[in-house]
Design a protein around this ligand. Sequence first.
Ligand code: AMP
Ligand code: MG
Length: 424
Amino acid sequence: MNTLNTVIGCMSDYDPEALSVEQARHIIRECVAPVGGVQYVAVRTALDRVLASDLISPIDVPANDNSAMDGYAFNGSVLSGTAPRLEIVGAALAGRPYTGTVAAGQCVRIMTGALMPSGCDTVIPQELVQKDDAHVGFAPDAVRAGQHRRRAGEDLAAGKAALRAGKLLRPADLGLIASLGIVEVPVFRRVRVAFFSTGDELRSAGQALAPGCVYDSNRYTLFGMLHRMGADVLDLGVVRDDPVALEAAFRHACENADVVITSGGVSVGDADFTKPMMARLGEVAFWKVAIRPGRPLAFGRLTSAGHDALLFGLPGNPVAVMATFYVFVRDALLATMGAAAQPMPPMRARSASAITKRPGRTEFLRGIVSTGADGAVEVSITGAQGSGMLHSMSEANCFVVLPHAKGDVAAGDDVDILLFEGLI
Ligand code: AMP
Ligand code: MG
């Protein structure tokens, strides 16, 4: 793992006062490493966890050749020009194999998943045959020799890696693990993330709201996003804009978590008084990133009482917190979790309206993607886009991402979108 100063030192164009989104992401990526620590957990518990080592299949899946269709199994050598007419000599059901041998000119009634009887390599689907009492007939070109048969090991071969280390385990993976007969898997321990909100104006739900105060919402959006990513969350509440209280909170967070996320207190005025305190705690850079919303951002590594932790100091505005989480924190967290996940590629959608955009910063607008009247994927912006308007996030189902160099968007232009669903 690289230190912040080493990474920054290698960049010829580093300017903390004007960092592009890509530069900030690059620095973050270079400074994060998996936290490690392996546990064996039951298959269901492994959901949303990261596989710690390759999972080698102990068996062939499927274990034997079996039928892919309901129909009749026979030997494909009879498919030679004339319409076959085969004698039905028995039945094979899933879990109840036909134990005899099937001769040329014979067939076995077979159901999907049933073991291919000895002597058979082909299945004719039942809807393609004419059946009378004890025989079936079908056109010679209705099926090819070997068709409608699943081969042993075609899904997974014994001894091969069924899943690779670093795989974030999703429902399909749980099924796949179960299909191998495996009951426990090695996963990395959860990443512990401590977070708190900063600001004298913040009140917690349940408290009275004095004039000029706002209820703290960031701890709730952060909780939701972190929980969805499978983090082990530690909510440290609201901390006043006071250097002593802040230093105590940072130390406590750093000593008890792998990653510390704060919101508020990184904008120009606030940063001035948090910077000296941060300098005592570790290596932290204060950036102005060319992004909207979310320009101010602090990033680095804290050390306290022999423990260290990655720090993300997010801006205070509620929408900025969510946008910067998606853009900067999510991938870093995946890396600390040991996940080999690639960043989500954007999709394209037609903009329903014109959007004013100044080149020189990446913008994340809140959008609602839907199917347009002509069936094309279309995105509309959710009205007012103030960075404090959490309502715009709640209403939206995607970000519309307008890249750094882009200018105005005309109605009907295609734009990049990032769907919220699946993003975390
Ligand atoms: P700051 O980055 O601390 O200057 O905060 C920017 C704006 O976000 C201010 O209007 C704050 O009141 C607001 N804000 C900061 N933290 C929170 C929070 N946890 N919940 C809701 N609003 C917040
Ligand atoms: Mg503040």
